[in-house]
Design a binder for this molecule. Structure first.
Ligand code: PMP
Length: 364
């Protein structure tokens, strides 16, 4: 009997599978698999969220005016160039569905964030994957992959799950060398964590170009992953196009209120960034001292590479850590067969993983 069938390509998509959350039989579990912050959101965001719960029968402001104003104030941007989304995931999808279609190509990098490929395919277009160099985005490889069919290039900067970054000079070179009709999407989900002189999230580049967009999120250092809040900074012609396609009330009222309060509390963000920087350094050093290779990270997570030795591989470490309540992220779907990604957690969890891996590596 005939039945409705999805568009060509849809059933080729491998659905996004989030990392595991549970360790069966273990009472105390530390989830270090989703790059969430151990510090939670600003207390002011929680207060604002509770206050907004008093009017749940009302539709939210479809323009998310208060949230866009708060972002504009913090980053000195015109709110007319800002759009909010149900997580940056939604905005990445919206970009694909607005700018790509059958016959088009979208360029992604070898270890890039999986949502790009999923949404490019869902839009009916073809993802073209280019190699990275030592876990770093290779601008020349991207440029070499551009064809007349290329409609967009997606780069996470910093990258997930690598934790590496592309210096601003390289991003500028990429933008300058791309055909002006190709959209360059800079996904800066982890931008707040980076403390490098040669890094810029790309706000200035967006301001001065007509083909560059930057996506940001409240899910990481702002500690609001549960609310699903992201934002995008783009030239007005792009905001105009996306506004025609997006859902009319894509951000909830509690989300608008909590996001605006979190954005205004930059003192809290600075503390979270300092806490993270301290632990990224300590974790990297500790794991290297155990003979493990760690990709240098500018984010709130580290990519740990395991030896290719029976009983010492990433899958073995994953089982060993899970049995002790430490849940890290297997990253096979990102092209790393023998590595685990660990988010910085609370002190107790960070010390616990160091201790457990010492035992695992036989250094204890
Ligand atoms: N981009 C990157 C690189 C990410 O790692 C994530 C979260 N895993 C996102 C975007 C999506 O974040 P959200 O939808 O929570 O804003």
């Amino acid at each position: 009997k005939p039945q409705p069938t999805p568009r060509p390509g849809v059933l080729d998509i491998a659905a996004y599978v989030p990392g595991k959350e549970h360790a069966p039989g273990v009472a105390r579990v530390f989830k270090l698999s989703a790059n969430e912050t151990p510090l939670g959101p600003s207390p002011k965001a929680i207060e604002a969220f509770k206050a907004a719960a008093g009017q749940l029968e009302r539709y939210p402001d479809g323009q998310a005016t208060a949230l866009r104003a708060a972002i504009g104030t913090t980053f000195r941007l015109n709110p007319a160039n800002i759009m909010c989304g149900n997580g940056s995931d939604e905005l990445l999808g919206l970009l694909c569905h607005t700018y790509l279609g059958p016959g088009d190509e979208g360029i992604v990098t070898e270890h890039g964030f999986l949502v790009y490929k999923i949404q490019i395919t869902a839009a009916g277009a073809t993802p073209v994957t280019v190699k990275e160099k030592d876990c770093r985005v290779d601008v020349d490889a991207i440029l070499a992959a551009v064809t007349p069919k290329t409609k967009a290039v997606f780069i996470a900067n910093p990258g997930n799950p690598t934790g590496t970054y592309v210096p601003v000079a390289e991003i500028r070179r990429l933008q300058a060398s791309l055909p002006p009709q190709v959209l360059l999407v800079l996904d800066a989900a982890y931008a707040e964590y980076v403390r490098r002189n040669d890094y810029e999230a790309g706000l200035e580049i967006v301001s001065s170009c007509q083909n560059v967009v930057m996506t940001r999120t409240f899910s990481k250092v702002y500690g609001l992953a549960a609310l699903r809040l992201g934002w995008l900074y783009a030239p007005e012609h792009i905001i105009d196009a996306l506004d025609r396609v997006r859902g009319p009330f894509n951000i909830s009222a509690p989300g608008i209120a909590a996001g605006a309060a979190a954005m205004a509390d930059q003192g809290f963000i600075e503390q979270a960034v300092s806490f993270n920087a301290e632990w990224i350094g300590k974790l990297t050093q500790a794991f290297e001292a155990l003979g493990l290779e760690v990709t240098p990270s500018v984010t709130n997570f580290v990519l740990i590479h395991f030896p290719d030795v029976e009983g010492k591989r990433a899958a073995d470490a994953d089982d060993f850590l899970t049995a002790r309540g430490y849940i890290l992220r297997a990253v096979r779907s990102y092209g790393f067969n023998n590595a685990l990604r660990m988010s910085v957690g609370p002190e107790e969890a960070n010390l616990g993983v160091i201790e457990a891996l010492r035992e695992f590596m036989g250094r204890g």
